[in-house]
Design a protein around this ligand. Structure first.
Ligand code: ADP
Ligand code: 5GP
Length: 188
């Protein structure tokens, strides 16, 4: 089973994905996307993302290397390489995707029953702002852009297989663990 995680920025998607990677280090692996944005903080090429130029991104589009890609923010492109799924599945692990809402809906449409799509929902827009500001790695201008986008993204949650409300962190982890256990039981 492939898991697709989507959420408005700041909802706790990375926190959820990291929970699964820490709890099951040999079961899951995160697909690394390409992006044209610059690295933030301690981010490293080949770990959080493949940081590439707009020209390289364009070449990869022409080569049909992406299973999906989006201009997630004005002038900033993000894309999932087809070869990431092969790389991770060859290593005997299950793929986790952390992509924007449109990308997630596209991936689910392509992968169908091979994937479970999970929408991580913030308890409120006010709390989303607090979390983005608290993370301290995003400029005030980008925070406003992300919040403006969040309202639209929230309206797409009905297209996802599962919704996890990330209010109390441990409760959210428990909801996520239950989804994973359910899928593993179904496959036994
Ligand atoms: P995303 O990947 O969706 O952009 P993050 O996982 O980076 O979001 O979370 C945004 C910020 O909110 C981080 O500083 C994180 O530690 C914090 N956070 C995540 N979940 C919770 C929660 N349930 N309660 C309070 N803070 C949270
Ligand atoms: P950030 O700049 O905060 O790392 O990511 C911004 C947004 O881009 C997040 O919602 C993230 O999930 C999304 N994203 C990351 N990789 C991809 C990708 O390969 N495809 C799509 N469609 N979105 C992505």
């Amino acid at each position: 089973m492939i898991y697709i995680f989507c959420a408005p920025s700041g909802s706790g998607k990375s926190t959820m994905v990291n929970h699964l990677l820490t709890k099951h280090p040999n079961l899951f692996e995160l697909s690394i996307s390409c992006t044209t944005r610059a690295p933030r903080g301690q981010e490293v090429h080949g770990k959080e993302y493949y940081f590439i130029s707009v020209e390289d991104f364009q070449k990869r589009i022409e080569n049909d290397d992406f299973i999906e890609y989006e201009q997630v923010y004005e002038g900033l492109y993000y894309g999932t390489l087809k070869e990431e799924i092969e790389r991770i599945e060859k290593a005997g692990r299950q793929v986790l995707f952390d992509v924007d809402v449109k990308g997630g809906i596209n991936l689910k449409r392509i992968l169908e029953d091979r994937a479970t799509s999970i929408f991580i929902c913030p308890p409120s827009i006010e709390e989303l702002r607090r979390r983005l500001e608290g993370r301290g790695d995003t400029s005030p201008e980008m925070i406003e852009k992300r919040l403006a986008k969040a309202e639209t993204e929230l309206s797409y949650k009905k297209y996802f297989d599962r919704v996890v409300v990330n209010d109390d962190l441990h409760h959210a982890f428990a909801q996520l663990d239950a989804i994973i256990d359910e899928n593993r039981d179904l496959r036994r």
